[in-house]
Unconditional design. Structure first.
Lengths: 681, 101, 162
C-alpha cells in the first residue's frame, strides 16, 4: 500500500519534471509522458481500491512516516496515512486527472505552450495526491499551497489575456486570506499538542490538552482554509473568475478535485471539530449552496453557470459536514466529481465547436461561451448532448443516478440535524431550496444550448461533434453516474444501506470532550429515519424544478423575460451576483486604497516635507560648519598623518612579503611554535 | 625498545628534519624528499600507537593509506617538477615563484 | 643484542635523515633517503608491523625513491657530475626546527601515555586484509580511484607539448 501510494505520488512529479525541461524537444511535445504517468497512477489507484474492497474493513489504516526536521524536542515528520477515504479519493483524483489529460490532447491542440500545460497538470496531480496522502498538518499545508500554485498557473495559463492573468491573481489572493486562518489553526493545534501528526492531534484533543474556546478557534481556523479552497461564501469570488482557465482545468481543478480539497480536509479532521465549529460550517455551507444556486439561474456564460453550480454543490458538501453527516458529504464529493467533470467537458466540447465554427466564419464578434448564441446543437453534437443530459439528471438528483444517492443522504442529514436541534431549521431549508433550483438552472443550460433554434444559422451549420479524445472521457464519466457503481452489492437505489461505499466509509465519533456530543451512531440512525422523507421531498422538488424549466425554456409557456421583469430587483441581484464583487470593491478595496492614500498624505506631506525636510535644512547648515572643521583640522592633520604613518609601516612590512613559499612556511612554523610554547608552559 | 616515547621521539626528529628540508632546500626535489620524511614520521607514529594501543590494526590500515597517498603525491609532484623544469629551466622553488611565465 | 641493533637502527635513521636535508649533493640526499626508509622499515618490524615494513620497503625504496632519482636525472644535465644544490634561510630554519623539536620532546615526555598490553601476533597480513575488505572498503575503493587519477594526471602533466 505504502509503495503503491509512493508511486502515485512520484509519477506525476516525474512527468512534471520531464515536461518542464524536455517537453518542447520530445515528439508530440511529450504529452504521452504525462498521459502514460497518470494512466499508471490510475491503474495503481484502482488496484488499491480493489484491495480494500477485498479487505472490506471499515477500520483499515496504514501509516508510514520519516523524520524531516529534528530539532531536539521539536520534530516534524512527513508521511502517508492510508485508509479507505484516502484510497477512494486517490481513485477520484487519478481518474479525473487521466480523463482531463486525454481530453486536453485535442482541446489544447496547437497551443504554443502545449508541453507546459501538461507539465502544470502533472504538478497539480502530484500536489493533490500529496494532500490526499498527508498524515500530518505540515505536509497538508505544504501540498495545500502547492495546489494553490498550480491552480494559479493554470487559471492564468492564457496569461496574454488580461482577464485570465487577473483571475489567477484573484484566486491566489482569495486563497491567501483563507490560508492565513488555516495556518493559525494549524499553529494553535501545534502549540497545544506539540505535534502535527493527525493521530497525535486527535489524541491531544481527546485527552483535553486543547479544549473549549481555543479548540473552537483552532477548528474555525482550519475551516478558514476550507472556505478559501472550497470557495465558500464569503471567499467564493475567485471560483467563477477561475473559469478563464482552459476547460479541462476547470473540470479537474475547479470542479472535481482541488476545490474538494477543503471538503476532504474537513472530512479528515472531522473528529476534532467542536459542535460550535460544525454549526458555523453548516450555516456557511448551506448558505453557499442556496446563494450560488440563485446566481446560477441568471447567468448566460455556459462555464459560469457550471461554476456557480459547483459552488452550490460544494456548499452542499460543506453543509453535510456541518450537520455531522460527513460521510454523506464525502460521498457527494465523489459523485459530484464524476458528473461535474463530465459537465465541464461537455461545456468545453460546445465551446470548442463554437470556436471552430467562428474561426471558419472569421467572425470574432460572437462570444463562443454565451448560451444565448447557441441553441439546437442537439442534432449536431449527439455525444455531447446525451452525456450532458445524463449528468444533468445526476446533479438534479433524479433516481437511478449517483447524485440522487448522495444528495438524499445529505438532505437526510440536514433533516436529522434539525431533529436534534430544532432551532437550526434553516439548514434543511437551504438544502431543499437548492435542490429545487439546481435542476431548474441545469435544464435551462441544456435547453438553451441544445434545444430550440439557433440565433445564428450560419454558425449552426458549422457546428461539428468534437473528436474522439474529447467525447470518450465524457462518455466514461457520465457512465459513472449510474447508481450501481456506488451501491453494489445492493441493487435497490432506494435503500440506503449495504453499499460498498457505506460499508467502507463509516463515520467516526468525534473525539472532542466537554461539549454536548451527538455520536456518529445517533446521526446514522436519525438519517435512516429521515431518509424516506428526504427522498420523497427532494424528488418532488427536482420534478418541480424540471417542470418550471421545461415550461419556461422549451415550451415557452412562461416567458423568462416577463418573469425577470416581474421579479425586478431580485433578478438584478442574481444577475449581478448579489454585487458581491462590487461590495468588496466599495467596502474593502476602496477604503483600503483610501486609507493608504491618507497614510501616504500624512507620511509625505506632513511628516516628510515639513518635519524631515526641516530637519534636513538644519542639518545642512550644521554640516557646512563641521565640514570646515573636519577638512582643515581633522582631515589634513590627523587623518592624513595616520595615513602617512601606515604608509611607512607598510613600506617596512613589505620586506617580509617575499613571495617565496619557504619564507611563509617559516613564519607559519614560528606561529605554531608560539602556540606550542603557550600550550606547554 | 619497549617504550612508546622512544618511537615518538624518533618520529618527532624525522618530522623536524623533514620540515627543515622543506623550509630550507631550494631544489624542488629536495623539498619533496623532506615531505616524504614528514610522511614517514607520521606513519611511524601511527604504527607505534597501534602497537602500544593494544595492537589495534586500524593504525596499520591508516599507514597503508598514507603510503598510497605518498606514492600518488610523489608521482604528481615529479610530473609538476618536470613541467616547471621545461618552462623555467630550473627546479629551484624560489626562482620559479611566478604563477606563469 | 636486540637492544644494540635497535639503537643502531635509530641512529642510522636519524643520521641519514640529517644527511637527506643537510647534504649539498642532491644525489647523496637521495641515497641517504634510502637508508632512512630502510631504518623506518626496521622500526616497523620492531613494532610488530611486518606487513607495513615490507610495504614500506617495496613502495618507498622500490617506487618512490626510484621516482625521485629519475626526477633528479631528468631535471639536471647528466654531464654535470656534481649536482649540487644550495639552501636558503638555514640559520632561522634550523633555530625554529630545533625549538620545535625541543617542544615536541617535552610534550612527549610530559604526557602520561595510555599503554595497553598486547600479545605479538604471528602475522598481521590476514587481519589487515580483512579490515581493508570489511571496515575500510569504501576508503579502499576511493584510494584506488585516487591512484588512477594520479596516474592519469601525472601522465598528462608530464606529456611533452600539448
Amino acid at each position: 500500500m505504502i509503495i503503491a501510494s509512493l508511486i502515485i505520488l512520484i509519477l506525476p512529479l516525474l512527468a512534471f519534471v520531464i515536461q518542464i525541461f524536455f517537453g518542447q524537444r520530445l515528439p508530440r511535445k511529450g504529452d504521452f509522458v504525462s498521459i502514460f504517468a497518470v494512466l499508471i497512477t490510475l491503474g495503481v489507484a484502482l488496484g488499491m481500491l480493489v484491495s480494500i474492497l477485498m479487505l472490506n474493513d471499515s477500520q483499515f489504516m496504514r501509516e508510514a512516516a520519516f523524520t524531516w526536521l529534528n530539532l531536539g524536542a521539536f520534530k516534524i515528520e512527513l508521511g502517508f496515512l492510508i485508509d479507505n477515504i484516502t484510497v477512494v479519493m486517490l481513485v477520484v483524483v487519478a481518474l479525473i486527472s487521466t480523463m482531463s489529460h486525454i481530453y486536453s490532447i485535442k482541446y489544447m491542440d496547437k497551443d504554443p505552450l502545449y508541453h507546459r500545460y501538461f507539465a502544470y497538470l502533472g504538478l497539480f496531480t502530484f500536489s493533490m495526491n500529496g494532500i490526499v496522502l498527508a498524515n500530518n498538518l505540515v505536509s497538508l499545508y505544504i501540498f495545500w499551497e502547492l495546489v494553490g500554485l498550480s491552480s494559479y498557473l493554470l487559471i492564468g495559463f492564457w496569461f496574454q489575456k488580461d482577464t485570465a492573468a487577473d483571475a489567477g491573481k484573484k484566486a491566489f489572493l482569495a486563497n491567501r486570506v483563507g490560508d492565513l486562518g488555516f495556518f493559525i489553526g494549524i499553529m494553535l493545534f501545534f502549540t497545544a499538542v506539540g505535534s502535527f501528526n493527525y493521530s497525535d492531534v486527535f489524541a491531544g484533543v481527546a485527552s483535553g490538552s486543547i479544549h473549549g474556546t481555543l479548540l473552537t478557534l483552532a477548528g474555525l481556523g482550519l475551516f478558514c482554509g476550507a472556505i478559501g479552497k472550497s470557495a465558500q461564501v464569503p471567499l467564493h469570488i475567485w471560483l467563477p473568475d477561475a473559469m478563464e482557465g482552459p476547460t479541462p482545468v476547470s473540470a479537474l481543478i475547479h470542479a472535481a478535485t482541488m476545490v474538494a480539497a477543503g471538503v476532504y480536509m474537513l472530512v479528515r479532521l472531522f473528529p476534532i471539530l467542536t459542535p460550535d465549529v460544525l454549526t458555523v460550517i453548516a450555516y456557511i455551507g448551506g448558505f453557499t449552496a442556496l446563494f450560488a444556486a440563485t446566481i446560477a439561474i441568471t447567468q448566460n456564460d455556459i462555464k459560469r453557470v457550471l461554476a456557480y453550480s459547483t459552488l452550490s454543490q460544494l456548499g452542499y458538501m460543506v453543509m453535510a459536514i456541518g450537520t455531522g453527516a460527513y460521510t454523506a458529504g464525502f460521498f457527494h464529493l465523489v459523485t459530484h466529481a464524476m458528473f461535474k467533470a463530465s459537465l465541464f467537458y461537455g461545456a468545453g466540447s460546445v465551446i470548442h465547436a463554437m470556436h471552430h465554427a467562428l474561426h471558419k466564419l472569421k467572425d470574432h464578434t460572437i462570444d463562443p461561451q454565451d448560451m444565448r448564441n447557441m441553441g439546437g446543437f442537439k442534432t449536431r453534437m449527439p455525444f455531447t448532448y446525451w452525456t450532458m443530459v445524463i449528468c444533468t439528471l445526476a446533479i438534479s438528483g433524479i433516481p437511478f443516478f449517483s447524485g440522487f444517492l448522495s444528495k438524499d443522504a445529505i438532505l437526510a442529514g440536514t433533516l436529522a440535524f434539525a431533529n436534534h436541534s430544532p432551532q437550526h431549521l434553516l439548514i434543511p431549508f437551504f438544502g431543499f431550496a437548492a435542490a429545487l433550483i439546481t435542476p431548474f438552472y441545469m435544464l435551462r443550460l441544456i435547453f438553451m444550448t441544445f434545444h430550440r433554434g439557433s440565433k445564428f444559422p450560419k454558425v449552426y451549420r458549422q457546428i461539428k461533434e468534437s473528436p474522439r479524445e474529447m467525447t470518450i472521457p465524457m462518455v466514461i464519466l457520465s457512465g459513472l453516474t449510474l447508481f450501481l457503481f456506488y451501491t453494489l452489492p445492493q441493487i435497490n437505489p432506494f435503500f440506503d444501506t449495504g453499499w460498498w461505499f457505506t460499508n467502507l466509509i463509516v463515520a467516526r465519533d468525534t473525539v472532542v470532550t466537554g461539549f454536548e456530543i451527538i455520536t456518529a451512531h445517533e446521526i446514522m440512525v436519525s438519517m435512516h429515519h429521515n431518509h424516506l422523507a428526504a427522498m420523497l421531498l427532494s424528488v418532488a422538488l427536482a420534478g418541480l424544478g424540471i417542470l418550471f424549466s421545461w415550461l419556461m425554456y422549451l415550451r415557452k409557456k412562461l416567458s423568462p423575460q416577463v418573469w425577470a421583469k416581474r421579479s425586478g430587483f431580485l433578478y438584478r441581484l442574481s444577475f449581478n451576483k448579489y454585487y458581491i464583487d462590487e461590495i468588496y470593491e466599495r467596502f474593502i478595496y476602496k477604503p483600503l486604497l483610501k486609507l493608504t492614500e491618507r497614510v501616504g498624505y500624512i507620511d509625505w506631506d506632513i511628516y516628510d516635507q515639513r518635519f524631515i525636510d526641516g530637519f534636513g535644512r538644519v542639518t545642512d547648515k550644521l554640516a557646512r560648519v563641521s565640514g570646515e572643521l573636519d577638512w582643515e583640522g581633522l582631515d589634513k592633520m590627523i587623518v592624513n598623518g595616520i595615513g602617512r604613518q601606515f604608509q611607512r609601516a607598510g613600506q617596512s612590512l613589505r620586506q617580509i612579503q617575499t613571495g617565496r613559499l619557504q619564507n611563509y612556511l617559516l613564519f607559519a612554523l614560528l606561529g605554531i611554535i608560539i602556540i606550542l610554547i603557550l600550550q606547554v608552559i | 625498545m619497549d617504550h612508546l616515547q622512544i618511537y615518538l621521539i624518533v618520529g618527532a626528529a624525522l618530522f623536524c628534519l623533514g620540515l627543515f628540508g622543506v623550509i630550507t632546500r631550494r631544489n624542488a626535489i629536495a623539498v619533496l624528499m623532506g615531505i616524504e620524511l614528514i610522511l614517514n614520521s607520521a606513519n611511524l607514529n601511527f604504527i607505534a600507537f597501534s602497537r602500544f594501543g593494544g595492537m589495534n590494526l586500524s593504525g596499520h590500515v591508516f599507514a597503508l593509506f598514507v603510503i598510497v597517498m605518498a606514492a600518488a603525491e610523489a608521482a604528481i609532484a615529479l610530473a609538476i617538477i618536470i613541467n616547471i623544469y621545461n618552462l623555467f629551466h630550473t627546479v629551484n622553488v624560489d626562482e620559479a615563484s611566478q604563477l606563469k611565465q | 643484542m636486540a637492544t644494540v641493533t635497535f639503537w643502531l637502527i635509530i641512529l642510522l635513521t636519524v643520521f641519514s635523515a640529517l644527511i637527506v636535508v643537510g647534504s649539498s649533493q642532491l644525489i647523496y640526499s637521495a641515497v641517504a633517503l634510502l637508508f632512512t626508509f630502510v631504518g623506518v622499515a626496521s622500526l616497523y618490524i620492531f613494532l610488530w608491523a611486518d606487513f607495513i615494513g615490507v610495504v614500506q620497503i617495496v613502495i618507498y625504496v622500490g617506487g618512490i625513491l626510484i621516482l625521485v632519482i629519475f626526477g633528479i636525472m631528468l631535471t639536471n644535465k647528466i654531464t654535470s657530475v656534481r649536482i649540487s644544490h644550495t639552501s636558503v634561510q638555514r640559520g632561522a630554519g634550523a633555530a625554529a626546527v630545533v625549538v620545535l623539536f625541543i617542544l615536541l620532546v617535552t610534550m612527549i615526555l610530559k604526557t602520561p601515555w595510555l599503554e595497553i598490553a598486547a600479545v605479538e601476533p604471528d602475522q598481521t597480513v590476514a587481519s589487515i586484509g580483512k579490515m581493508l575488505m570489511i571496515d575500510y572498503l569504501l576508503p579502499f575503493e576511493i584510494t584506488s580511484v585516487l591512484l588512477l587519477g594520479a596516474l592519469i594526471g601525472a601522465a598528462m602533466l608530464a606529456r611533452r607539448g600539448r
